[in-house]
Design a protein around this ligand. Structure first.
Ligand code: ATP
Length: 465
């Protein structure tokens, strides 16, 4: 099974310390969330998995960490200043403000259970475009309106990669095809954020730009679509809850030749199957659009430079064919937060114990689990048992994230670890003092095995693989 709805994960997250509402003590800030002790570990493990797979396990991808605030011209020439907007409508009846293409995701404030526009009382205005970039000013300016100091928080990490294309190419001495990968925060002043961490105004992206010869773009694009389905599967997400969506010509961004989204079943509670899905990631063939628009050389039909501000040309010289051209770019872009939500929903299961009580088990893949092993003393009033348990925790810690917990009876401690996805609990009991062995309990089967302390680290490492 997986979680019946997002709400189940919202309450588990708050209860156990994965995700909390941001600024909670001041009444919150619409759709902002803070990641607690377990959430930050899970997010880090997802990022590690992505980075390992792309940057370390392959030979053709470099990493990058570019600035969140770039020269405003970046966003002028990328097209974001003029086109990065969503269609906004107001409702004259309820005074709500909504994104026209996402009305199904929100409810009318006046009629619960009704989507804006679905009731005869709803009175929507014509749509107008609303730019999603957050504005700020750079330096000690006299007024927030000072246009010369205007800058934006990046709405995607991708542009930081494009404007560094020549830097990375020259310093890493790469040849096509190769990729540049980046993980970082992005900001969008979303009109209707919501559904927990699915759509927020501040979020984190994992984006890779993979540069290829134009004629190779279609086949390499397909390879990345297949590759990412496998990687998402490696996070433990069931193929039954994933599906591909081919964007139609009308939906494609102006720069894209083809885009395929990978959707996750974020809304299993919705009766209509078609409405259960939403985007986890997009994989686009962005053509040579971005490298061209940031380059100083290309000219328009009248012979005028399309970018008179750029000081560099982001073309590529192929020494084998003696050709110079702008590479095409394949972009797999995925949100850390949406991945974390999908991972938690998919790992969520319930199991009934012998007393007929329902227990939650988060069946996370061991490499994603925030905590790998919990060491629990059976009797916390027995100093020798406590000492042995604490020592075991310290011995395990350098090889696997371990915790010591003695804040409840053993049943409660097991239940807590199951709920946060800890693959193994190690229990130290009275017998352990005699036989130097401990009980290892498996999260998913609840089966227990006696293991000698001298073999414990090796035993756990093997089973965590
Ligand atoms: P959507 O159509 O849902 O607004 P998008 O197609 O605009 O998303 P992209 O620009 O392709 O999104 O961004 C790449 C990825 O970044 C998305 O697939 C998603 O995982 C993540 N993402 C985008 N916007 C948000 C957001 N507001 N909150 C959380 N994650 C986001």
């Amino acid at each position: 099974m997986s979680a019946p709805n997002i709400e189940t994960i919202v309450s588990l997250s708050k209860r156990r310390g994965f995700v909390y509402p941001a600024s909670e003590i001041y009444g919150g800030l619409g759709s902002s969330w803070d990641y607690g002790p377990l959430g930050v570990e899970l997010a880090n493990n997802i990022k590690k998995s992505w980075w390992n797979w792309l940057v370390y396990e392959r030979d053709d991808v470099e990493g990058l960490d570019s600035s969140i605030i770039q020269n405003r011209l970046t966003w002028k020439y990328s097209g974001h200043e003029t086109t990065f907007s969503d269609p906004l409508v107001d409702c004259r009846a309820c005074k709500g403000r909504f994104r026209l293409d996402k009305l199904q995701d929100v409810q009318c404030p006046n009629h619960s259970g009704v989507h804006p526009g679905d009731d005869k009382e709803c009175d929507l205005t014509e749509a107008r475009e609303f730019n999603l970039m957050f504005r700020t000013t750079v330096g000690a300016v006299s007024s927030d309106e000072d246009e010369s100091a205007l800058a934006y928080l990046r709405p995607e990490t991708a542009q930081g990669i494009f404007i560094n294309f020549a830097n990375v190419l020259n310093t890493s001495r790469r040849k096509l095809p190769f990729g540049i990968a980046q993980i970082g925060k992005a900001f969008r002043n979303e009109v209707t954020p919501g559904n927990f961490i699915f759509r927020t105004r501040e979020f984190e992206q994992m984006e890779m730009e993979y540069f290829v010869r134009p004629e190779d773009a279609p086949s390499i694009h397909q390879e990345w679509i297949d590759g990412f389905q496998k990687w998402i599967g490696s996070l433990g997400i069931s193929p039954d809850n994933l599906k591909l969506y081919e964007q139609s010509k009308q939906e494609l961004a102006h720069y894209a030749e083809r885009t395929v989204d990978i959707l996750y079943r974020y809304f299993p509670e919705r009766e209509d199957e078609d409405k259960q899905w939403d985007e986890l990631m997009g994989i686009a063939n962005r053509t040579d659009y971005d490298l061209r628009v940031h380059s100083k050389k290309p000219e328009d039909a009248e012979g005028k430079r399309i970018n008179p501000d750029s000081t560099d040309d982001l073309s590529y010289f192929d020494t084998q064919t003696n050709e110079r051209f702008y590479p095409y770019v394949i972009e797999p872009a995925i949100g850390v937060n949406r991945t974390l939500l999908a991972v938690m929903m998919d790992a969520y299961t319930e199991k009934t114990n012998e007393k007929g009580e329902t227990r939650v088990i988060l069946k996370l893949k061991p490499d994603l689990a925030p905590i790998k092993v919990a060491v629990l003393p059976l009797a916390k009033n027995k100093p020798e048992i406590v000492e042995m348990a604490k020592k075991l925790k310290h011995d395990l810690q350098p090889s696997m994230r371990s915790v010591y917990d003695d804040t409840g009876g053993i049943g409660k401690l097991y239940a807590r670890q199951d709920e946060i996805g800890t693959p193994f609990c190690v229990t130290v009991d009275h017998e352990s003092l005699e036989d130097n062995a401990v009980t290892v309990r498996d999260r998913d089967t609840w089966e227990q095995e006696r293991v000698s302390t001298s073999e414990l680290k090796e035993y756990l490492s093997e089973r965590l693989k």
